[in-house]
Ligand binder design. Structure first.
Ligand code: HEM
Length: 457
């Protein structure tokens, strides 16, 4: 290496990797206090990574041509979960082609068609709660978000294949539900299939079962046709690139799994954090319920999605609780200077959502949940980026925000809930993501009277 990387953390790469896997938030807090808003860690097996909490540097990374960085290559750790054709693992022209094919189902008018389905799913899951009974908010929200993906993306809401896929996907995702169990994704020597009783063997078997079920669904759709269907899989099957080419079965399968992994845990976790803060802070709940009540009975879902305080609550939740400890790593393809910092080719840059979202100069009292800050001020794309930025910005940012708002509105307008414990809940690693430790224990304390969504959109 010829150019000195900024603020290299001394010490063993193995210890740094262990710290990073166990608690990436505490890691970033510790080293940003020591070194400021840019420092370099060395992770065993992964090499030097520059962690960046400086908005100017991040703005320049977002603005630069995507050809200057490799991102898919840097996401190789996710290949065992999502497959090698996943959008997340692609770079260059293939990445651009695939994004173009996948984008339309998640944006614009299309979203309106999903809105009511989301409300109905939230309603269905919440109707299982009994007054006085406790439940884990994250688990309940994961039920909602899995159902949203199965119905809206995969186009499955009943039948044998749906009944088989649902528990299989949940079991597969739960295999990395703690820092220790997540190690399997980072340590390649653990990725050996020594039989069904070993974690990796079990993971591979579940993966094969999921692949077989998805393949069968794709083949059936090819035979029966997808005319008139509005689910994302049907739209993906009908899409053609500039050369008139459709997506292959393998591409379809890997993209379905990418959307599942990228879209389902993230949304469920953020919703659990929102429920936690709303019920921890009586004023926030009061303002929110007042705003929802002001809409009156039977409001159209897209009207709910425009409510300013509800929007601010979701924005503040995404600020304080990033589901990814850092954005996808960007590997420089040539030597470059970014905002005055020099980097050699092959340097791994990791913009940190957490470090920027916790900056006191941007967010005074950053550790306090204050939705009002989003009503009072606008933030630039490098000051606030829960969904990343540039050419890799989250594909599902629009549907994720819509889902958050509609689920919160449906639940809060019908039920009175409370936290079971008043202890602060900590962030804990769950696979590649961060989630509330313990999942946030809640209980239903009563039912309210008015449904909020309408049957006409
Ligand atoms: C609250 C929910 C969500 C959060 C916080 C979130 C956040 C993110 C972030 C931070 C990235 C990386 C962006 C970058 O490095 O610049 C990302 C990428 C991605 N997200 Fe999301 N996401 C959420 C929900 C979803 C949903 C619902 C879907 C699908 C419907 C989805 C699909 C994707 C995909 C496919 C990528 C990879 C994009 C690419 O490589 O071009 N996400 N997301």
């Amino acid at each position: 290496m010829s150019t000195q990387l900024p603020n290299c953390i001394p010490g063993s790469p193995w210890l740094q990797l262990r710290h990073w896997i166990a608690d990436p938030i505490q890691f970033q807090e510790k080293y940003s206090q020591l070194y400021g808003d840019i420092f370099t860690m060395q992770l065993a097996g992964l090499g030097f990574c520059v962690v960046i909490g400086n908005p100017q540097v991040i703005q320049e990374i977002f603005n630069r041509d995507s050809k200057q960085f490799d991102v898919g290559r840097a996401n190789a750790l996710a290949e065992p979960l999502v497959g090698r054709n996943s959008l997340m693992l692609l770079d260059g022209d293939r990445h651009r082609r695939e994004r173009k094919l996948l984008m339309p189902p998640f944006h614009g008018e299309r979203l309106h068609t999903y809105a009511q389905q989301i409300c109905l799913i939230a309603d269905q899951v919440a109707s299982e709660w009994q007054v006085g009974q406790t439940f884990v908010a994250r688990t309940a929200m994961q039920k909602v978000s899995l159902e949203v993906i199965l119905q809206i993306v995969f186009g499955l809401s009943d039948g044998e294949r749906y009944q088989q896929l649902k528990p299989l996907l949940t079991a597969w995702l739960d295999m990395t539900d703690s820092p220790l169990r997540s190690s399997i994704l980072f340590l390649q020597f653990l990725q050996r299939d020594w039989g069904a009783w070993t974690p990796w063997g079990q993971m591979k078997r579940r993966q094969r079962q999921v692949h077989d079920l998805l393949q069968a669904e794709i083949e059936e759709r090819r035979q029966t046709g997808h005319q008139g269907r509005t689910d994302v899989l049907s739209l993906m099957m009908a899409a053609r690139d500039e050369a008139g080419q459709a997506m292959t079965d393998e591409e379809l399968r890997d993209e379905l799994l990418s959307i599942l992994f990228a879209g389902h845990e993230t949304t469920a976790t953020t919703l659990a954090w929102a429920l936690y803060q709303i019920h921890r802070l009586p004023d926030v709940r009061k303002n929110l319920v007042q705003e929802l009540d002001s809409l009156g009975e039977h409001s159209a879902p897209m009207k709910i999605a425009q409510l300013p305080y509800l929007t601010a609550v979701c924005q503040e939740t995404l600020r304080m609780y990033p589901v990814l400890p850092v954005l996808f790593p960007r590997i420089t393809k040539s030597a470059m200077t970014i905002a005055g910092y020099q980097f050699d080719a092959e340097t791994t840059l990791m913009p940190s959502i957490y470090m920027v979202h916790m900056r006191e100069d941007l967010y005074p009292e950053a550790h306090h949940f204050k939705p009002e800050r989003f009503l009072e001020r606008q933030y630039s794309p490098s000051e606030y980026f829960p969904f990343g930025g540039g050419s890799r910005r989250c594909l599902g940012y629009a549907i994720a925000q819509l889902e958050m708002k509609l689920v919160l509105a449906t639940v809060l307008s019908k039920y009175d809930l409370a936290l079971v414990e008043d202890q602060p809940v900590q962030l804990r690693r769950r696979g590649f993501t961060l989630a509330p430790a313990g999942g946030v224990q809640m209980k239903m304390t009563g039912k309210r009277s008015t449904p909020i969504y309408s049957t006409s959109i």
